[in-house]
Design a protein around this ligand. Structure first.
Ligand SMILES: Nc1ncnc2c1ncn2[C@@H]1O[C@H](COP(=O)(O)OP(=O)(O)OP(=O)(O)O)[C@@H](O)[C@H]1O
Ligand SMILES: [Mg+2]
Length: 477
C-alpha cells in the first residue's frame, strides 16, 4: 500500500528542504532549540512519512515576550509559501467564553442565525494558506491559555484524529497542517527569574544555559497546571524560547537595518542612497528597541520612528542627493539620532511638472514622494498651512494635493484660497474621514476631486497626470 503515500504525497515547497534549518535560523535569531524541534516535522511531511490521521506536527511555543515565537511561524510560512502572511491565525483571546465555540466552528443548524455564523476554521481557509509548491498549511493558535475549556476540548479532537467537526456537521481535515500554540504561561515567573529585583541587572550574562533550563522548567510547570495531561501528551514538542542574548539583538538590528537599505534601493531606483550607522547610533537603537521585558518587540517601531521617518522627511524635502551616503550618528543631546547626508550628485535636470503635497503624515509623504518622483514629477512638500502657502506662492505648482485635516488648519479653506489666487491651479483633496454634504457640494462646485484614504499611489498618479494635462491644454490655447 506504500504507493498510496506516493500518490497522495505532499508537494514540495519552493525552498529545498536541506536549506530550511539554515534559512530559518537566519530569520529567527538565537533560537536554535525551536528550529531543531520544528524542522524535522517539515522533512517528515515532505518525505511522505508523517503519520496519518493526525496533524503533521503539533508544537507549543513558550517563553518571554518578543523573543520570536510568532516570528518563527511567519518565517516558516515565508520559506514554505513565499509569504509570511500564509498562516491561519486564531487569536484565542477571542474565545474566552464557553459559548464562543460557535464563532470558531459555526452554529449547528436549527440555531437562530446559524447561516450567519461562518466558521473561522474551514477546509477552504486551510487551502488558502498553502501555495502551489507546498500544500502544508500552518495554523497558529495565539495565547492558547486564554481559550475557554470548550475550545481546548475541540482542539483535542484535532490533535487526536486530525479532524474538526463544524456546526453544519461537515469536517475539516488537519492532516496536512502544522499546528502551533503560543502561550505566555509562566511569563511573569520567567520575568522574575530573568530580572530578580529592581536595581539588580539581568543575570542572563552569568549563565545562559542555566537560565534556559530554569525558564523551561517554569514554563512546563505552568503548562501542566493549566492543561489536561491528554492535551499536553498530544503535543509533539514543547519549545521554550530563551531571552535574547546581546549577540542575537545585534543580529536582529543588522537584519532590520539591511531591510531598510533594501527598501530604499528598491523604492528609489536610480536615486538610491546608502546608510552608514555609527556604533553610538546602533547602541541607541538597541537600548530603545530591545529590553528584557519586551524582547525585540519595540525594535521595528524604534527604527521607524528614529530613523525611517526622519530619513523620509529628508528625501521628500530633496535634501539627499542620488548616490549620497547618509551618516547616522547619536545626536549631541543623546536623545535622538542625527542624520547627515554626504556627496551624491543631482540627476540631470529634465523639465518636470511640479506638484505640492500638503499632509502632516510623514509616511504618506515618503510614499507619495517616491512614487511621484519615479514618474518624473518635481515634489514640493509641506506639513502645515504656513509651509503650504510659502511653497504655493513662491513656486506656483500646477497641481496641489491637499489633506483635509491639517492640524489647526482646514485643507478645504486653503484649497479655496489657492484657487482664488490662481484659478488655473488644479487642487485635489484627500480625506481619511469624509466630508459633510455641504463640504462635498463645495468641492463639486469648485471642481476639487476628492481622494478617500486609503487609496493607491496609482490613483494619485492618474488624477495628478489628468489634472496637469488640463493645465497644459488650457495654457496652449
Ligand atoms: N529571535 C528573533 N529573531 C528575529 N527577530 C526577532 C526575534 N525575536 C523577536 N524578533 C523581532 O521582534 C518582533 C516581535 O517578536 P514575536 O512577535 O515573534 O514575539 P513573541 O515571542 O511572539 O512575543 P509574544 O509572546 O508577546 O507574542 C518580531 O516581529 C521580530 O521583528
Ligand atoms: Mg506572539
Amino acid at each position: 500500500m506504500e504507493t498510496s503515500i506516493l500518490q497522495t504525497g505532499p508537494r514540495s515547497p519552493a525552498v529545498p528542504s536541506a536549506d530550511l534549518v539554515t534559512l530559518l535560523s537566519q530569520k529567527v535569531v538565537g533560537q536554535s532549540a525551536a528550529t531543531k524541534a520544528i524542522v524535522p516535522y517539515v522533512y517528515m511531511y515532505q518525505s511522505g512519512l508523517a503519520p496519518q490521521n493526525r496533524p503533521a506536527g503539533v508544537f507549543l511555543l513558550l517563553g518571554p515576550t518578543g523573543t520570536g515565537k510568532t516570528k518563527t511561524v511567519e518565517a516558516i510560512a515565508e520559506l514554505l509559501h513565499g509569504s509570511e502572511k500564509k498562516v491561519v491565525k486564531i487569536d484565542c483571546g477571542e474565545f474566552q467564553m464557553e459559548h464562543e465555540t460557535a464563532k470558531l466552528v459555526g452554529a449547528p443548524p436549527g440555531y437562530l442565525g446559524h447561516r450567519e455564523t461562518t466558521p473561522l476554521l474551514t477546509q477552504q481557509q486551510l487551502l488558502e494558506a498553502t501555495s502551489e509548491g507546498c500544500d502544508l498549511a500552518l495554523v497558529l493558535f495565539d495565547e492558547i491559555e486564554k481559550a475557554a475549556h470548550s475550545i481546548t476540548k475541540l482542539l483535542l479532537g484535532i490533535l487526536d484524529k486530525g479532524l474538526l467537526r463544524l456546526g453544519d456537521n461537515t469536517t475539516v481535515n488537519f492532516e496536512k497542517t502544522l499546528i502551533f500554540f503560543t502561550s505566555n504561561l509562566g511569563a511573569r515567573e520567567m520575568m522574575k527569574a530573568i530580572n530578580p529585583g529592581i536595581g539588580f541587572h539581568s543575570q542572563i550574562a552569568k549563565s545562559q544555559a542555566d537560565m534556559a533550563t530554569r525558564l523551561e522548567s517554569i514554563a512546563l510547570g505552568a503548562v501542566r497546571k493549566r492543561f489536561s495531561p491528554e492535551f499536553v501528551n498530544r503535543i509533539d514538542a514543547v519549545v521554550t524560547y530563551s531571552p535574547l542574548t546581546r549577540e542575537a539583538m545585534e543580529l536582529i538590528l543588522d537584519h532590520d537595518i539591511r531591510a531598510l537599505q533594501d527598501h530604499v534601493n528598491l523604492r528609489l531606483g536610480e536615486r538610491y542612497f546608502s546608510i552608514e550607522i555609527t556604533p553610538g547610533a546602533r547602541e541607541f537603537l538597541l537600548q530603545r528597541g530591545i529590553s528584557d521585558e519586551y524582547g525585540a518587540r519595540e525594535l521595528k517601531r524604534t527604527i521607524h520612528r528614529q530613523l525611517t521617518q526622519p530619513l523620509a522627511t529628508m528625501v521628500a524635502r530633496g535634501e539627499v542627493q542620488p548616490g549620497a551616503q547618509v551618516n547616522i550618528a547619536l545626536g549631541t543631546d543623546g536623545e535622538q539620532l542625527s542624520l547627515t547626508p554626504f556627496g551624491g550628485a543631482k540627476l540631470p535636470a529634465k523639465h518636470k511638472p511640479s506638484i505640492l503635497i500638503v499632509d502632516d503624515n510623514h509616511d504618506l509623504l515618503f510614499f507619495l514622494a517616491t512614487e511621484l518622483q519615479e514618474e518624473g514629477w518635481e515634489m514640493l512638500i509641506a506639513e502645515n498651512a504656513p509651509q503650504a502657502r510659502l511653497a504655493f506662492y513662491q513656486r506656483k505648482p500646477p497641481v496641489v494635493l491637499l489633506d483635509y485635516m491639517l492640524g489647526e488648519d482646514d485643507g478645504l479653506h486653503l484649497a479655496l484660497e489657492f484657487q482664488q489666487q490662481s484659478p488655473l491651479a488644479q487642487i485635489i483633496l484627500m480625506t481619511g474621514g469624509g466630508f459633510s454634504d455641504e463640504e462635498q457640494l463645495i468641492c463639486e462646485e469648485h471642481d476639487f476631486p476628492i481622494l478617500y484614504k486609503p487609496f493607491l499611489a496609482q490613483d494619485v498618479l492618474n488624477l495628478a497626470r489628468g489634472r496637469f494635462n488640463r493645465v497644459a491644454a488650457a495654457a496652449s490655447v
